[in-house]
Design a protein around this ligand. Sequence first.
Ligand code: DGY
Length: 320
Amino acid sequence: MKKILVARRAPPAVLDQLKARFELDYHEGDVPLSADELRARLAGKVGAYITGTERITAELLDACPGLRVVCTMSVGYNHIDVAACTARRVLVTNTPDVLTETTADLGFALLMATARRMSEGERLLRDGGWKSWAWDFLAGADVHGTTLGILGMGRIGQALARRGRFGFGMNVVYHNRSRLPADVEAELGARYVSKGELLQQADHLVLVLPYSAESHHCIGAAELALMKPTATLVNIARGGIVDEDALAVALRERRIAAAGLDVFEGEPRVNPVLLTLPNIVLTPHIGSATMPTRIAMARLAADNLAAVLSGAAPLTPVNP
Ligand code: DGY
């Protein structure tokens, strides 16, 4: 039987599926293996079943020359050195599509919670601070009929556009590395604008672009300065896309109204300054966290592993 490493706790049914075909080294814990532990346990394995918390580096690959495939249970793969994998003929797979709608739901929920100051209201209520009605008590921003800006118009961006356009009558503008075909733009009712126009026009800006050296801190002080003082910013992509110190200043000085963050640069550590601000909604990277979606992601990662190790083509390859 071929030997694989399952680097994180997995759903029982998926684990059974893997056990039936492979000899498993199973790390059942919820604390990720350290880089040294990962290297030691991956040595001698042909397959790795990982999540977004295990980093696959060139150095690790060199220590594990028998490795043939890395299957991540995530759509993002910025934790994997894909070029190094390709150079060593290691296939990489991810889990797109199955999490698109669920992640867009969370993005929209975060947008709503941020615009309508829901976390602030709940904290105030729990702390006994709800004394009476007042005309401007927790008055936030409207969502319906406003302008939704989307930075990164892949599958999740498009799913957000549909929610905004058809659910809330929003005017949708977007910026992306490449413009969508005209028929897709028409179907979504979305208008392509420059990044600067996006920042200036959006009432609610949602970040859904992949993380890379190019997108690192692509929302910083200069970009935040272009946004409306009434605008909200939502990040469901990767924490490193936003300069968190610059965001904290913009929120404290009310240069933008509020932010909703599901992802953080040093997660699970959260920049302590962000924790002190009232006008921010924070969730612990739960974009794809529904039971059906997480099971679908786990199953797709396992199906990819089984396909590649039986000589078939991967279902959702990252590298050719
Ligand atoms: C993804 O699938 O990339 C999510 O962010 C979970 O890691």
